[in-house]
Ligand binder design. Structure first.
Ligand SMILES: *Cc1c(COP(=O)(O)O)cnc(C)c1O
Length: 389
């Protein structure tokens, strides 16, 4: 075959290699060999999207008015439904005309956002370990990344005081994600209060990713950044129906908050996409209206799975705490080994897939992430297998 002569842009070359690719290949191979794999790898709900949402999509898809280009800004009924949901959930008012922007899943918004504010050489402050698009989006905008380690001794909260003054001067954006993927950590309203002060003082835009705001346990309700007075002056929040309503494949979410930040993201996007299928937006309205019931039901399911996995691991001598939110168990490795080697071993000896911590960044080394995306019986089976090895 002819050698590939297409030279990748520096931007693309600068992206870190996709560490999960190898594990994914190994998983496929094992499955094709007929092995009974328990997949605790990807954070993708295993239960189907609720029927009432599918029916709403079907009905809306029959309507010709929904077949044309949707407005970039998203449908008014969807923005109004978001505003209503937000008010009832966080007691915060959002203007549906200026403070809300529907997205094709929150990932694209998160990844596109730096294009609106980062100039080459500006810094993004990014937690590590973290969801990959915070880094990827910054690199696409030719920004620099300053890693903020999430350490167990700090309950995986960001230590704002540890950021060097020289970096702060050149920093434009700080990424925040609680409830957190991959650590399962949560923050309280006091953390957000500190963050508002920090952002004002240093003139830094706060980007909060609340993908897991509705996945919590033991009566804990994750707060929103905008519950803090003055937060709207400095920040934008990203929300998603993916995890809440088992809708990862549908691609629907939204950004909300400061109207100038929202408008800037809308401007970027209006040059890239042409809106979200209107029928999907109508279905998303139905999803939001039913989300309280859905959330409650799924939280019970995940809480049982969480207890089953954590109790099981601890019975084998691991030392794992129960997270208050998300469907991830972030555990220190039970022995001295790299996280990649450990996940290889899990697959080879126990037919279990879990994600090596280092895949989320260098401060994730020494950890492994289990996603609670299989039924309880399968988690019990996984524990049985772990006992044998
Ligand atoms: C799953 C996830 C999202 C949601 O992504 P969508 O694009 O809305 O599906 C956002 N942030 C984090 C941290 C996630 O884990």
């Amino acid at each position: 075959m002819k050698k590939n002569t297409f030279v990748l842009s520096k931007r693309l070359q600068a992206l870190p290699p996709y560490l999960f690719l190898e594990l994914d290949k190994a998983k496929r191979k094992a499955r094709s060999e007929g092995r009974d794999i328990i997949d605790l790898g990807i954070g993708d709900p295993d239960e189907p999207t609720p029927d009432y949402i599918i029916r709403a999509l079907y009905k809306a898809a029959l309507e010709p008015v929904n077949h044309r280009y949707a407005l970039d800004q998203g449908m008014l009924i969807f923005r109004q439904a978001i505003s209503k949901w937000y008010k009832s959930r966080f007691n915060v008012t959002l203007e549906s005309d200026t403070e809300i922007l529907p997205l094709i899943g929150s990932k694209e918004g998160i990844a596109h956002f730096p294009l609106a504010f980062i100039n080459p050489g500006d810094y993004s402050l990014v937690p590590d370990p973290s969801y990959p698009p915070y880094k990827g989006g910054t690199i696409f905008a030719e920004g620099k990344i300053h890693l903020m380690p999430l350490l167990e001794q700090n309950d995986f909260l960001i230590d704002l005081k540890a950021i060097p003054a020289g970096v702060l001067k050149k920093a434009k954006v700080i990424y925040i994600n609680y409830p957190n993927n991959p650590t399962g950590a949560v923050c309280d309203i006091n953390f957000y209060k500190e963050l508002v002060k920090f952002a004002r003082k240093n003139k830094i835009i706060v980007v909060c990713d609340l993908a897991y705001s509705e996945m919590s346990y033991d009566g804990f309700k994750p707060p929103s950044f905008f519950e803090v007075e003055g937060a709207k002056e400095v920040g934008i929040e990203f929300h998603s129906l993916s995890k809440t309503c088992n809708m990862t494949g549908w691609r629907i979410g939204w950004a909300c908050g400061n109207k100038n930040l929202v408008a800037a993201l809308a401007k970027v996007k209006s040059n890239i996409d042409s809106g979200i299928f209107s029928a999907l937006q109508v279905a998303a309205v139905a999803a939001l209206e039913g989300s309280a019931v859905q959330t409650k039901r799924m939280s019970q399911v995940y809480q049982e799975r969480r207890d089953c996995l954590v109790d099981g691991l601890n019975s084998l001598g691991w030392k794992v705490k129960k997270p208050k939110a998300t469907f991830y168990i972030w555990s220190k490795l039970p022995k001295k080994i790299s996280s990649i080697d450990f996940s290889r071993e899990l697959l080879a000896k126990a037919d279990i897939v879990a994600t090596p911590g280092v895949g989320f960044g260098k401060y994730g080394e020494g950890y492994i992430r289990f996603a609670l995306t299989v039924p309880k019986e399968r988690i019990k089976e996984a524990i049985k297998r772990l006992k044998k090895i």
